[in-house]
Ligand binder design. Structure first.
Ligand code: YNC
Ligand code: MG
Length: 404
């Protein structure tokens, strides 16, 4: 019945079910001066807090809440364990705002019991670019669940976005809400099959043997593409240009400027204390032109039940682009060959950096390589939502042209 969501500026499930495309645009128009300057009151005994993630002690508090209470799989076997480095990377991109890192504390103990975050994003939906936010890291302490605190957190982050002149947002989730604009599936490529089997992530298929599975998922020692190397600071301009041209073919995508490309893709070696979060490799041809790049980031999961392993190290395929996809007309076979080579080489690096599994979604051009690179479909779905923006559905699935 969606008691809360039915009051929000999001499309209803039965909306736009005809074959006629709808006119895309905002659902509710407001101006900044209509927005309350103060937060709504919380339940007795709780208070609002802005978290300063530049302060290691407060960063640690957010990490602790998420480490114990954030997203788990359906069977409660694994829980995302974002490192403090990845939290800073994910929540502090260029233009980040401290007031968009919002928490709830118990008034007496000051313990952090709930959190929600937003970051700014220039979001293109087909031909319109929205000055939007991306909302993530919604988390409520397990002891405070089912008390309708979520609507309070969502209304508060909405108010804080609105106060900055931001009236649209994008967010994702495993649960179904009114109304997904697109839906993707997670795919997983075993790297350390033995460990994935031992923690209960990978089953042993009937009639197979562990040795056969291990052989199936063997990864080459060396990469194959000539000119492949780690991305450096001097590549930022070329990578931004290539990525922008590559993303132009999708119906829903972020638009990144050079600073954002540097933040999201370049590992900052100067900060030796930070663990590496993102790995990006470029291909430089004989004329010193950057023709391709591929990236992945690290996100560990804690193993919840008893096991000889405490965590699973997962690499998530992130952005990529290749000139092979930018010819007119697109040569699908050439693109497929090139993407398979890039993903296969990135897998070699994943193995070298000791990842147990490589995850990807059924978006972009991933349908051209998932099967060949031995990614298998998982149980998890990821729904994409737009807040206060009506849009025609964006086809998901791995074999269609138009994906996120
Ligand atoms: C969810 N994930 O349907 P109705 S993803 C949105 N996203 O409302 P209560 C959610 N809404 O159905 P609980 C939601 N999960 O009555 C539940 N809801 O209309 C809705 N898990 O609230 C739900 N993190 O507080 C219902 O539920 C209402 O105590 C019920 O808490 C839920 O970050 C939750 O999975 C998820 O920490 C906080 O279970 C809790 O069960 C938890 O009684 C583990 O809430 C961690 C977890 C979610 C990860 C994520 C994206 C969040 C997007 C939020 C929407 C943003 C909209 C845009 C705002 C900015 C606008 C601008 C500009
Ligand atoms: Mg609650």
């Amino acid at each position: 019945s969606y008691k809360f969501w039915s009051t929000q500026p999001v499309p209803k499930f039965d909306e736009g079910d005809t074959n006629q495309p709808i006119e895309e645009g905002p659902i509710k128009i407001q101006t900044v001066d209509e927005i309350p300057k103060e937060p709504a009151p919380l339940l007795d005994g709780f208070e609002w807090a802005t978290l300063d993630l530049l302060d290691d002690a407060q960063l640690k508090e957010v990490w602790e809440l998420l480490n114990g209470h954030y997203v788990e799989d359906d069977e409660a076997m694994f829980r995302f364990n974002y490192s403090t480095s990845i939290l800073k990377w994910a929540m502090m991109p260029p233009g980040w705002k401290k007031q968009w890192h919002r928490g709830v504390r118990a008034s007496q103990s000051k313990k952090l019991v709930a959190f929600i975050a937003a970051i700014p994003v220039e979001l293109r939906v087909r031909d319109k670019v929205l000055h939007a936010s991306e909302v993530n890291f919604l988390c409520i302490h397990k002891k405070l669940r089912s008390k309708r605190l979520t609507p309070v957190l969502i209304k508060e982050i909405t108010r804080l976005c609105n106060l900055e002149g931001v009236f649209q947002a994008i967010y994702t989730g495993g649960i179904v809400l009114p109304k997904p604009v697109s839906t993707c599936r997670y795919y997983h490529r075993a790297i350390n099959w033995q460990k994935l089997y031992e923690v209960g992530f990978s089953p042993l298929p009937p009639k197979s043997k562990p040795q056969l599975q291990i052989r199936k998922y063997a990864v080459p020692e060396k990469t194959s593409i000539r000119g492949l190397r780690e991305m450096q600071k001097k590549d930022v301009g070329a990578v931004q240009d290539l990525l922008t041209r590559y993303l132009a073919k999708y119906e829903l995508a972020a638009e990144f400027d050079k600073q954002e490309v540097e933040h999201w893709l370049l590992h900052n070696k100067k900060n030796a204390l930070e663990e590496q979060v993102v790995w990006t490799y470029v291909v430089e041809d004989e004329h010193k032109k950057i023709t391709d790049f591929i990236s992945f980031y690290c996100l560990e999961s804690s193993v919840i039940g008893p096991s000889k392993h405490s965590n699973v190290r997962a690499a998530y395929l992130f952005y990529y682009a290749t000139e092979a996809g930018l010819t007119t007309p697109v040569d699908r076979e050439a693109l497929k060959t090139r993407l398979n080579a890039l993903v296969s080489d990135s897998l070699v690096f994943c193995k070298q950096y000791n990842f147990d599994v490589y995850n990807a979604l059924s978006l972009m051009d991933n349908g051209l390589f998932l099967e060949e690179q031995k990614f298998g479909p998982g149980d998890g779905q990821l729904h994409y939502y737009l807040f206060n923006y009506r849009a025609n559905p964006i086809a998901g699935g791995v074999d269609k042209r138009n994906r996120l």
